[in-house]
Design a protein around this ligand. Structure first.
Ligand code: AMP
Length: 330
């Protein structure tokens, strides 16, 4: 069975973008792959976090993973910082990545270009830690949203370079970007990604928010004045985004939805999108409550960390041996 690994960085509350672009896909993958899913809490602190809020976000993230249908019997679910080897391999990868490579990573470049101040060294080397997360487990595939593809490509480059220099050590991973829903856009500005980090209340659907608010956000989503439902991201980004959201959740093809709305107005279309989204999120929230009340999270994380750590330890030993870091280990 091929191995697949992915992580989510819950630096805020999880959104519909996370759900469609990442979470939901993991559940499908757990039957076909040996799946590792973790909460990237070390990545969260690359930007300032309020400790109490962070703790809540991390717990909610695990609960949402479980609520979505990830089954700890089928996959390994853990918290990144519970496996200390991540930070150590991260350092080794820092030392095997060129400044030029990091300078090309758009996530950091964008923040810098926006004039954000007090950017940390951790944010800059974020892709190295992410490469460590991936290479540690010999992941064949890494499902991510479109914005994270570049980071997986860096992990590939680092793995190839290391293998060429010191012999076969890492599996070279492949990014997997789902076709529908790889980039869900903001409801209030459909030219921007739906993101919890932007200060964009109306544009971003939070998975655990009140359903009535979700409905309202969809009903007031920014559209255009063309007045026909058509998939044309360039000229009708708002409508196209709603079509993508609908199709990703309902499974109905975009063409088929478009055909049903010929000659009809946006109001009716939005109502249907809201219904599809709210039904899905309500189910998720019910399941989330059940998970929180069941108190299983601690045990799930403990088992997951033990399993992940056994693999991580072995890989780190191998890497250190190759580098000549260890004196007595053969
Ligand atoms: P983040 O929340 O930015 O750490 O992202 C976690 C995962 O969700 C990554 O695979 C992202 O690419 C994906 N993701 C986040 N926002 C969106 C979005 N608006 N559309 C699609 N995927 C997203």
């Amino acid at each position: 069975m091929k191995r697949m690994l992915s992580g989510i960085k819950p630096s805020g509350q999880l959104t519909l973008g996370n759900y469609i672009g990442a979470l939901r896909n993991f559940v499908k993958y757990q039957d076909d792959y040996e799946l590792f899913v973790f909460v990237a809490n070390l990545h969260c602190i690359t930007v300032p976090q309020d400790p109490a809020q962070l703790k809540k976000n991390l717990k909610d993230c695990i609960a949402i993973y479980l609520a979505c249908g990830l089954d700890p019997e089928k996959c390994t679910l853990f918290l990144q910082s519970d496996v200390l080897e991540h930070a150590q391999l991260g350092w080794i990868i820092d030392c095997n990545t060129y400044l030029g490579e990091l300078n090309r990573q758009t996530q950091f470049k964008d923040k810098k270009a926006k004039g954000e101040t007090n950017l940390t060294a951790g944010l800059y080397t974020y892709p190295c830690l992410m490469a460590a997360d991936i290479l540690m487990y010999d992941a064949d595939y890494v499902p991510v949203g479109a914005d994270q593809k570049q980071h997986v490509e860096l992990a590939r480059d680092v793995a190839e370079r290391f293998n060429n220099r010191l012999g076969d050590t890492f599996v070279v991973p492949e990014p997997v970007v789902a076709e529908v829903g790889a980039k869900i856009m903001s409801l209030s500005d459909p030219t921007k990604k739906m993101s919890k980090s932007e200060n964009d209340d109306k544009g971003c659907i939070i998975l655990l928010e009140d359903i009535a608010i979700t409905r309202k956000k969809i009903m007031s989503a920014v559209t255009d004045s063309l007045a026909y439902v058509r998939f044309d991201p360039e000229n009708q980004p708002g409508i196209s985004n709603l079509l993508t959201i609908h199709s990703a959740i309902s499974g109905e093809s975009i063409d088929s939805i478009v055909a049903r709305y010929e000659g009809k107005g946006y109001g009716e279309f939005k109502k249907e999108v809201a219904e599809v989204v709210c039904t899905e999120i309500q189910k998720l929230q019910d399941e989330y409550k059940r998970v929180i009340e069941s108190g299983i999270i601690e045990k799930v994380l403990e088992d997951g960390a033990n399993k992940a750590q056994r693999i991580a330890r072995k890989k780190l030993n191998k890497v250190q041996r190759k580098l000549g870091l260890d004196i007595f280990r053969k």
